[in-house]
Design a protein around this ligand. Sequence first.
Ligand code: PMV
Length: 375
Amino acid sequence: MYKFLNVLDTQYFIPKSLENKPGNFSYTWKAPSNIALVKYWGKITPQIPKNTSISFTLKHSHTITTIDFSLKDPNELVMESENNHIEFELLFEGKKKDAFKPKIAIFFDRIKEYCPYIVDYKMLIHSKNSFPHSSGIASSASGMSAIAMCLMSLEKTLSKEELSDAFINKKASFLARLGSGSACRSIEGPIVVWGYHKEIEGSSDLYGTLFPYKVHKVFQNYQDTILLVDKGEKQVSSSVGHDLMHHHPFAEQRFIQANQNVKKMTSIFKNGEIDQFINVVESEALSLHAMMLTSNPYFILMKPNTLEIINAIWAYRKETGSKICFTLDAGANVHVLYPEIESKKVLQFIDHELSKFCQKKQYICDTISYGTQKL
Ligand code: PMV
């Protein structure tokens, strides 16, 4: 499959009329995580997905980030102008966190063409997560989208022309994508598509867009309870995982399958076909893991308790007729998805039957929601 990146499209995000303003500016944004229903796994430079993905934006699993911007001294700017030096400091949960800095430095370097002001201002980033540290929940989606929204707040202040909210969200998604692909799906909610798909109007490889069609009421306030099976470091980083798709014997077929599943989801959302939803979502989770099982080097990202949980969910569904299903990220934790109307019963089931498979019986109750919020 060949993807063509339109340079004109990316130029749309280069600001035309900015004016640096002296002083200090500070913005705080809350940004959520998201869970993919049709998975993104495989990309080409610069962060262009090999297939379309679609996700639920979450509510309670979020990052809150403040960036304090202060204009550099003019002498400093002259000295630095040749190497475009980007200066930032990072405090995570109140403490200096140098381990997170390289990923953010790469991100800033990738976006400086689109956000030239990051060279002119010093940035102090303070960040904290709502979910426990090292819970195995990726914080890159919420973290990168929160930073992107703070940058867009500064851009709005510095821009001589009025920036619409629609433009701000689109550009924030475009920027977040360059930090971590799936982060572009965290700016808005509740359902976001990323990657061009001929059947989804407005879809783009460059940013996430809200699912543009009617969504059946059964999917309103859909629930996601995240079972923390393994809270350790990810066994395979997503960049290594994406890279393994380059010479993967089943990759091309996988990209076709994902795009077909996005098409199916479009009809599922419109018509409320919940049994089809369960089928596509679980098949997607297992296909993602199958890609890891069949790559070289190969990985088993599930733990024995992941399988215990999957089997228990299937048995419960069979016994009760519940519409519960599961999905997985590239790790051992399980996202349990179900309609709001089943909340009470399913939470009892999770507490009585599934929590014993979680580390310290921990799980996080989340629900789908609307994306980033300025604080
Ligand atoms: O955004 P990345 O590069 O961390 O990749 C995320 C990939 C998955 O979470 C496994 C799937 C997805 O679409 O979110």
